[in-house]
Write a protein that binds this ligand. Structure first.
Ligand code: ADP
Ligand code: ASP
Ligand code: MG
Length: 820
């Protein structure tokens, strides 16, 4: 004997019922002895509850909703049964509908909906669906018989979640099955008391019906047919990467379903477990798939994960009872939980601080007002004396539980859990570990639920592949080069680094695009043009926060000063920031510090290697040396490609003005070369380097020696500037000559020494590392306690879209290894 159960989604439409019938016929054709349990058509139970409540509230519109329910069932009859044979089914269904309408009319008149009446109203869902499917089977020639479970499943009168009297139930089932050999089509979910009053087994209870019948009949298997591929590593509606668990123990399945995996109703496991009957969870819409086997043994050997699955209870309330008078006082928790249990408030999870200063636990949020009343009454005296100072209740919290028998064997599971939550900035409000070591649960804010589930799933089940979610602002030269590099490297990152980089958001000054599925790295231009909307930076940032994706990185590829204002709120929302934009780090020191601190507190990264020397490892080198305890004695730097080029090429026989013209022609300078020659950009860079080595300078602390004579600075236009530069030729020749007289060369150098930063034109001799510089290279030399005799020098091209983008790329990559 096999008991099959088809849930609401499996019997929700004509087409799906056809699938169900075909599965049943296949079983019969193979000579299987089967019995089958049906749920109400998907959504009908909820609808009936709503209709009942409307009627009780005196809202006459319940009739319209009722009409729609009736029509849905009639349509189903028409779709399943030929016209000639429909009438008797219509008559039976109409009879049931009339009975329900009379009942609702009664509720409407007396304006009262008791739990007992609600159970009776809900029972029509299963009675209607099962009637129709039984008739459809008969119509196809199957010897099927409608079986009202209320005649057999005997319960107490605890309406809404009645408790089964197994001895009587088992006997009644066996008696019934002894009488008939036809295929029994059983109404799920419904039951009755000894007096014949209708009760129900709790929401999702059709699974329980199947298990009750399976156990009574000693079935060899109970098959739960639903709309997903079995029990999965997480709810596939919340975690798209979830996959099927091939086999699982009763205990694990119980734990997962208790913590929210509604694919099996938790009490259903008990009767099957007691008789050691395996349960299979199968997909009506993918019937050849093996699904999940629930049995005594945990998952098979080839299931190589430390945990079996993750589930969540989305809506809970957390109650916290605390007070200094609770410490060491025996019996407080006993009184507390007794008071709750006497009042039928069930506790989902308990966590007590070891100081005994507080006890916190979670309950169904619908019970929170009652819980407060009950506890305030129970501890009235303690509250009056101040021994207990408060009973606080926090709503909008969720519980996430990781479950698995494998946890007993492997260490570090909880470490991994808390670390991934921490790295994603998810605050753990409370935690509990079952003493069976079968589950670890955390209470978190409901806002973080989806992020938490996906991030936890990522580390436990896809630990090989990590993913980053990027939001890129600025798709000019650097941004678009970065996108091209990401596109070119996509396959390499995926296969060699097991890293998937999704670009979720893109924005330029005109348009922005947020696309949670990931923007195409090839066609982003078209996508942005076609699907983008008018740019609004606040909206863009707000949306990034709302999406609350794990491993989010905001990439600012602009030099804009407005965007920088959002860094702090982004970091605060646990979103890493990567940028070549210098504005944030070269403003006021306290702002710089605040960003650093926020990143640290939130466990995310703020990276800006490209602020100085583009892709050259300058800031990373400093941070590495600082971390290892080295002390900086001096930094010297040529960190302007333009000024590097100009002085590397200003030699005897060449006029200074011609070198500057040449640099401009080559595109090395700003449109007005004075923007480079003024030294302000260099000053900002040395300011940033100073802060990195722990010298807290403000912008005005950096002294910049003027390179240009006054007449050049004051020239009203770029052309006039060049003319003045030419006129000042002698001045520059003089500088060059005096350098050459010493056997030295001119270099425009930023220096940090003894806590002071300055930028100036200097001469350096052949022994200095900057003497041989060429092209437009940048160079930075670090003299530290460890690199004292010969400084540590970093040198190379320090400007250009390719190298800057690759520096940004490297920063992004370093975030991925940090997350790993
Ligand atoms: P039925 O109508 O067949 O009884 P339910 O809606 O009660 O179906 O349960 C199936 C649903 O359970 C799935 O659609 C899925 O969204 C949800 N679910 C939650 N957690 C899990 C999980 N771990 N594995 C599979 N499904 C899950
Ligand atoms: N129809 C009931 C419900 O929706 C029982 C079930 O579907 O298992 O809760
Ligand atoms: Mg269900």
């Amino acid at each position: 004997m096999k008991v099959l159960k088809f849930g609401g989604t499996s019997v929700g439409t004509v087409d799906s019922i056809k699938q169900v019938i075909s599965i049943l016929e296949d079983n019969l054709a193979q000579g299987e002895r089967i019995a089958v349990v049906f749920s109400a058509m998907g959504g009908v139970t909820n609808r009936l509850i709503e209709i009942g409540r409307m009627a009780a509230a005196g809202n006459g519109e319940y009739l319209d909703l009722m009409k729609a329910v009736e029509e849905r069932h009639f349509t189903t009859i028409r779709g399943l049964i030929g016209v000639k044979s429909q009438s008797s089914t219509f008559a039976t269904v109409k009879g049931l509908v009339n009975e329900l309408e009379d009942l609702l009319r009664g509720v409407y008149l007396i304006r009262e909906l008791t739990p007992r009446t609600l159970d009776l109203i809900m029972s029509f869902g299963e009675r209607l669906s099962t009637t129709i499917i039984t008739e459809a089977l008969k119509h196809r020639g199957v010897a099927a018989e409608y079986c009202d479970a209320r005649l057999m499943v005997r319960t107490n009168a605890y309406f809404g979640m009645a408790e089964v009297d197994f001895a009587t139930t088992d006997r009644l089932i066996l008696e019934h099955f002894a009488k008939s050999s036809a295929l029994q089509c059983i109404t799920g979910f419904v039951s009755s008391t000894a007096d014949g009053i209708t009760t129900t087994l709790g929401r999702g209870g059709s699974d329980y019906t199947a298990s009750i019948f399976g156990a009574a009949l000693d079935a060899e298997v109970i098959e739960i047919w639903t709309d997903v591929d079995g029990m999965m590593t997480a709810d596939p509606r919340k975690v798209p990467n979830a996959f099927t668990i091939p086999s699982i123990s009763y205990a694990e399945a119980m734990e997962l379903s208790h913590f929210g995996a509604k694919v099996i109703y938790p009490p259903s496991l008990q009767p099957a477990f007691a008789k050691n009957i395996p349960l299979k969870v199968l997909n009506t819409f993918n019937r050849d798939f093996e699904g999940t086997l629930v049995s005594r043994t945990a998952n098979s050997k080839d299931y190589a994960y430390a945990i079996t699955g993750i589930s969540s209870i989305d809506d809970t309330a957390m109650v916290n009872v605390q007070g200094s008078g609770m410490i060491g006082v025996a019996g407080i928790s006993a009184r507390l939980f007794t008071a709750l249990s006497v009042n039928n408030i069930s506790v989902i999870l308990i966590s007590q601080a070891s100081s005994e200063h507080s006890i916190c636990f979670t309950i169904d949020p619908r019970n929170s007002d009652r819980a407060r009343e009950v506890l305030e009454k129970e501890f009235e005296a303690e509250i009056a004396t101040g021994d207990i100072d408060s009973i606080s209740i926090e709503k909008n919290v969720s519980i996430v539980a990781i479950v698995g028998e494998g946890m007993k064997k492997s260490t570090g599971v909880s470490g991994k859990l808390f670390s991934v939550l921490g790295k994603n900035g998810i605050n753990v409000i409370a935690t509990a570990q079952g003493s069976s070591e079968l589950n670890i649960s955390v209470v978190i804010s409901k806002n973080d639920l989806s992020k938490a589930l996906n991030a936890i799933h990522g580390v436990f089940f896809q630990s090989e592949t990590r993913s980053l979610n990027l939001f890129i602002v600025g798709v000019g030269l650097i941004g678009s080069t970065l996108l091209k590099q990401l596109c070119d490297q996509e396959k390499y990152l995926r296969t060699e680094k097991l890293l998937i980089v999704n670009v979720i958001g893109l924005s330029n000054t005109r348009r922005m695009l947020l696309y949670p599925e990931g923007v195409s790295l090839k066609d982003w231009r078209d996508q942005l043009a076609e699907q983008g909307v008018k740019t609004s930076l606040p909206a863009f940032v707000q949306r990034i926060k709302e999406l609350n994706l794990p491993n989010s990185v905001f990439v600012d590829c602009t030099s804009d000063k407005d965007i920088v204002r959002y860094y702090e709120t982004l970091l605060d929302a646990s979103i890493s920031v990567v940028t070549p934009n210098k504005v944030a780090n070269s403003g006021r020191y306290d702002e710089y510090l605040r960003l650093q601190r926020t990143a640290l507190q939130r466990g995310v990264k703020f990276l800006y290697e490209t602020n100085v020397g583009a892709g050259l490892p300058i800031i990373n080198t400093i941070q590495g040396l600082m971390a290892s305890g080295d002390k900086f004695l001096k930094i010297e730097a040529i960190v302007s490609g333009t000024l590097s080029y100009i002085f590397n090429n200003f030699k005897s026989g060449v006029r200074f003005v011609d070198v500057v013209r040449d640099a401009k022609a080559k595109g090395y300078t700003e449109p007005d070369p004075r923007d480079d020659l003024s030294g302000t950009d260099v000053a900002r860079k040395i300011l940033i380097l100073s802060r990195e080595v722990g010298v807290p300078l403000e912008p005005e602390d950096v002294s910049v020696a003027q390179l240009l004579p006054d007449n050049c600075l004051k020239a009203p236009s770029v052309e006039a500037f060049f003319a003045e530069l030419e006129a000042s030729n002698e001045y520059f020749e003089g500088l060059l000559a005096s350098a050459q007289a010493k056997g030295e060369v001119l270099r425009y150098i930023a220096t940090l020494e003894d806590g002071e930063a300055k930028v100036e034109l200097r001469t350096v001799g052949p022994q200095h590392p900057f003497y041989t510089l060429s092209g437009s290279d940048n160079i930075v030399s670090f003299t530290t306690e460890r690199y004292k005799d010969r400084p540590l020098v970093v040198k190379g091209p320090g400007a250009g879209a390719e190298v800057t983008a690759s520096g940004v790329f490297a920063d992004i990559m370093s975030i991925s290894s940090y997350l790993g």
